[in-house]
Design a protein. Structure first.
Length: 678
C-alpha cells in the first residue's frame, strides 16, 4: 500500500479503523502457524527463574519446533537456544549450572548440554536411536536416559536361487509379536527400550538394563546415587497384561534389579524424597474396569511400610513432586474440566493451591498441563486461559502470576469466542452434566445462530475451559459451539467415569441431546440449523447420534470406531481394548459387540455424513471409516470421505493437518447450512 499524502493517510486510517470497529478481526485457520505454547518447565532451586521450551509452528516444515527460553519472576524473557529444531526432554542439573536437553540440531535427536554460566553448548552423544526421559543423579555427575535397542529380525524363510545382480521384490516381512504397530510410530522393529547412564562430562553411554522388557517408565535416583528406581512391566505375560507395571530398583554397582512393588495394577512415576527416606509413586489395583483413580502412595524405604495419601480423594492424580524438605508432595489432578495443583502433606488433608493449569492441548480443549517445584516451595506450571495456549505461570505465597504472554502478539488483536460454563440435567437419569458454550465473535443474543456440537474422545478424558484452535475457528465461522463432558468423562470421580464400563456408548447420547436442548432453550440457536462432529470417541458418538436421530443438518465423523468387532482386531493396543472395554473376546460375544457398534444402526441414517481420518491412524484405523463410508453409500446417504495422508490419530500434530480438518468440516456444514429439511 502506498500512502500519497498525510491527509490521505489520515483518511485511510480512519476508514480502516471504522471498518475494524464494525468487523472485528477473527481467527483464521492459517493463524495456527502463529501459535506458541510453553512446555518442559524447569524451575531453579531458589524459584527465581523458569527454563522452558517455547514451542512454535514452523510454516515451512509444517512441524512443531521449539527453543529453550528463560523467564524470571519479573517476567523478563531471554532465549537460551535458537534455531529451527525440535527440542524437548529438558532437565536442569541439581546445582542449576547446566541444562541437559534433547535436540535435533544435528539432524537426529541427541543429548545436548548447556553450561548456563558461560553459555557454552555441546552435543553429548551420537546415538543411533532417540533418547528420552533425561534424569540427573543427585550429585550431578551422571544422566540416566532411555533408548530403544534394536534386535536383528528373525526371518524364518530365505528365498533360494537369487543370482548376483538380480532385482527381486522386497522380501516378505515376518511378524510374530503381539504389538507389531503403534499409532504415531508405524510398524515396529524388533527390540526393547533400555536404560542407559551417561557421564555429565560426555563420553560413551553405558547400557544398564538388558532383559527383553521395555523399560520406558519414569526414573528417580536414590540420594546416594547407588540405586535407580524406575517403573516397567517386567512380567512374563507383559504383552497381554498391558497395565501391570511395577516399581523396580536397579543397583548401579552390580546391575541387580529388585522389585519394590508387586501387585496387579499399574505402579508408576517413582520419586525419591529429598532426604532419601521415602519413595512416592502413583498406582491403583487393577479391577478390570475401564477406569480407576490413580492414588499417591508413599513407601518408607527402611521398613517397607506403604500407605496411600489420597485414598479419600475421588480424583485420579496425574503427577507428583516432593517439597524441598520431604514433608509432603505437590500433586496435579483434574476436577470438573480443570487441572488443579494441591499440596498433600505426609499427614493430613490436601490443600488446593490453584486451578489455572492447562493449555498444552491447543487443538481441542482437553485438560493437559505440567508443573515443577523449587526447593523453597515456589511452583511453576503451564498456565491456562480460554483465549490463549499454555503460558508459564508461577504460584508463590498463595498467589498466581502469569509470567509470559506468548500469544498476545498473534491473538491480542483478534476477537475470539467467549467461553461460558453451563450445567444441566441429563434426560437419562437426572445426572448433573457440565458443559461449555463458545460464542461467535460479535455475538448478539437477540439473533439466531447455527449450533455446532463438538464431542471429545477418550472416552475417559475431559474437556474444559481451555484454549482450543478448533473450537475458536468454528465459532469464528459463526457457530455457537457446544461441548460437554458426558458420563464416562474423567475429572468427576470414579463412579461417573465407570458409568460407561462395558456399555459404552452408554447414555452419552442422552447427555448430549440434553445439552443441545438446554442451549436451544436459551433462545439464540436456530433449532433447524444443528450440526455435530467429534473425533475418536467423539467420532463414535457422532456416528451413534446420526443413527438415532435426524435432527442434525449434517455430521462429520472423525477417526471413529464404527464396528467394535473389527476395531478390537485391527487397533494397535488391542490387548487392552478387549480386556477393559468388553466382557469377552469378539467371537465370544458377537451380539454384545454389535449392539454397541454404530454400524448396526446405519440403516437409520439420513443425515449427510462425512468421514475424516488419518491414513496412518493405527489407533482407530481408517478401515473403520471406510466401512461406514461404504455402508452409507449403499444406503444412499449423502456422504464423503476425507483421508489425511501420513496422519496418525493425533491429526493436529502437523499444523496444516489441523487446518485441513477444520476447513473440511466447515465446508461440509456450509454445504447444508440454510437448506430446508424434507
Amino acid at each position: 500500500m502506498k500512502i500519497i499524502s498525510a491527509f490521505g493517510a489520515s483518511a485511510l486510517f480512519l476508514s480502516v479503523n471504522t471498518f475494524a470497529a464494525e468487523q472485528p478481526e477473527i481467527l483464521k485457520s492459517q493463524d495456527v502457524f502463529n501459535l506458541e505454547y510453553a512446555a518442559d518447565l524447569n524451575i531453579t532451586n531458589d524459584g527465581s527463574a523458569v527454563y522452558f521450551i517455547r514451542h512454535y509452528m514452523d510454516i515451512y516444515s509444517d512441524k512443531k519446533l521449539g527453543n529453550i527460553w528463560k523467564v524470571t519472576q519479573s517476567g523478563d524473557l531471554t532465549p537460551v537456544t535458537t534455531g529451527k529444531h525440535q527440542q524437548y526432554g529438558m532437565a536442569l542439573s541439581p546445582d542449576n549450572k547446566r541444562l541437559a536437553y534433547i535436540s535435533t540440531e544435528s539432524g537426529k535427536p541427541q543429548i545436548h548440554m548447556r553450561w548456563l554460566e558461560t553459555g557454552a553448548t555441546g552435543q553429548m552423544t551420537n546415538l543411533t536411536a532417540s533418547p528420552s526421559k533425561l534424569t540427573w543423579s543427585p550429585d550431578g555427575k551422571q544422566l540416566a536416559f532411555q533408548m530403544f535397542v534394536s534386535q536383528k529380525p528373525q526371518a524364518p524363510v530365505s528365498l533360494p536361487g537369487k543370482p548376483d545382480g538380480a532385482e527381486w521384490a522386497e522380501p516378505a516381512i515376518y511378524i510374530d509379536d503381539v504389538y507389531y504397530r503403534f499409532d504415531g510410530g508405524g510398524y515396529t522393529k524388533p527390540g526393547f527400550t533400555q536404560i542407559f547412564v551417561l557421564s555429565a562430562q560426555g563420553g560413551t553411554p553405558r547400557q544398564v538394563t538388558f532383559d527383553e522388557f521395555n523399560h520406558n517408565g519414569a526414573m528417580s535416583w536414590s540420594q546416594d546415587g547407588s540405586q535407580l528406581y524406575f517403573s516397567a512391566n517386567r512380567n512374563e505375560n507383559f504383552r497381554l497384561a498391558p497395565v501391570n507395571t511395577d516399581i523396580y530398583a536397579l543397583n548401579m554397582a552390580n546391575g541387580d534389579i529388585q522389585a519394590v512393588t508387586d501387585r496387579n495394577g499399574p505402579d508408576s512415576q517413582p520419586v525419591i524424597s529429598p532426604d532419601g527416606k521415602y519413595l512416592a509413586y502413583l498406582g491403583y489395583d487393577d479391577k478390570g474396569t475401564n477406569y480407576e483413580n490413580a492414588q499417591v502412595y508413599v513407601r518408607e524405604l527402611s521398613s517397607g511400610e506403604t500407605r496411600s495419601l489420597t485414598a479419600d480423594l475421588d480424583r485420579s492424580v496425574d503427577s507428583v513432586h516432593w517439597d524441598g524438605k520431604g514433608r509432603g508432595l505437590y500433586i496435579q489432578y483434574d476436577d470438573q474440566g480443570k487441572t488443579l495443583l494441591a499440596y498433600q502433606p505426609l499427614k493430613g488433608k490436601a490443600k488446593q493451591l490453584t486451578d489455572k493449569l492447562g493449555g498444552q492441548s491447543y487443538g481441542r480443549p482437553y485438560t493437559s498441563s505440567e508443573f515443577d517445584v523449587a526447593g523453597n516451595g515456589t511452583v511453576t506450571f503451564a498456565y491456562s486461559a480460554p483465549d490463549r495456549p499454555a503460558d508459564v505461570g508461577m504460584h508463590k505465597e498463595g498467589k498466581d502470576t502469569q509470567l509470559t504472554r506468548l500469544n498476545d502478539d498473534a491473538l491480542g488483536h483478534k476477537t475470539l469466542a467467549d467461553v461460558e460454563e453451563f450445567w444441566f440435567k441429563s434426560s437419562a437419569d437426572g445426572r448433573d452434566i457440565q458443559g461449555w458454550i463458545a460464542y461467535p465473535p460479535g455475538f448478539d443474543k437477540s439473533k439466531k445462530y447455527p449450533m455446532l456440537l463438538e464431542i471429545h474422545g477418550g472416552p475417559v478424558t475431559a474437556y474444559g475451559p481451555h484454549f482450543a484452535t478448533e473450537i475458536q475457528l468454528y465459532a469464528a465461522a459463526g457457530y455457537v459451539v457446544v461441548y460437554i463432558n458426558p458420563r464416562g468423562s474423567s475429572s468427576y470421580g470414579k463412579e461417573f467415569a465407570q458409568t460407561i464400563h462395558l456399555n459404552y456408548p452408554s447414555q452419552d447420547y442422552d447427555d448430549l441431546m440434553s445439552a443441545v436442548d438446554t442451549v436451544i432453550d436459551k433462545g439464540f440457536v436456530d433449532e433447524n440449523e444443528l450440526f455435530v462432529t467429534g473425533g475418536s470417541g467423539g467420532g463414535v458418538l457422532s456416528a451413534w447420534i446420526v443413527g438415532h436421530t435426524d435432527r442434525f443438518k449434517a455430521a462429520v465423523v472423525a477417526k471413529p470406531v464404527i464396528n467394535w468387532y473389527s476395531f478390537v482386531l485391527t487397533s494397535d493396543f488391542y490387548p487392552y481394548f478387549y480386556k477393559y472395554w468388553f466382557a469377552a473376546k469378539p467371537w465370544e460375544d458377537l451380539e454384545g459387540y454389535m449392539q454397541r457398534s454404530p454400524i448396526s444402526y446405519v440403516g437409520n441414517v439420513t443425515t449427510p455424513t462425512m468421514l475424516l481420518t488419518g491414513e496412518a491412524d493405527y489407533r482407530t484405523p481408517i478401515s473403520e471409516s471406510e466401512q461406514y463410508y461404504q455402508a452409507l453409500k449403499l444406503q444412499g446417504v449423502d456422504t464423503a470421505m476425507v483421508r489425511i495422508p501420513d496422519a496418525p490419530h493425533g491429526i493436529y500434530k502437523r499444523p496444516s493437518n489441523l487446518m485441513s480438518k477444520v476447513e473440511y468440516i466447515l465446508w461440509w456444514f456450509e454445504k447444508y447450512r440454510g437448506e430446508k429439511s424434507d
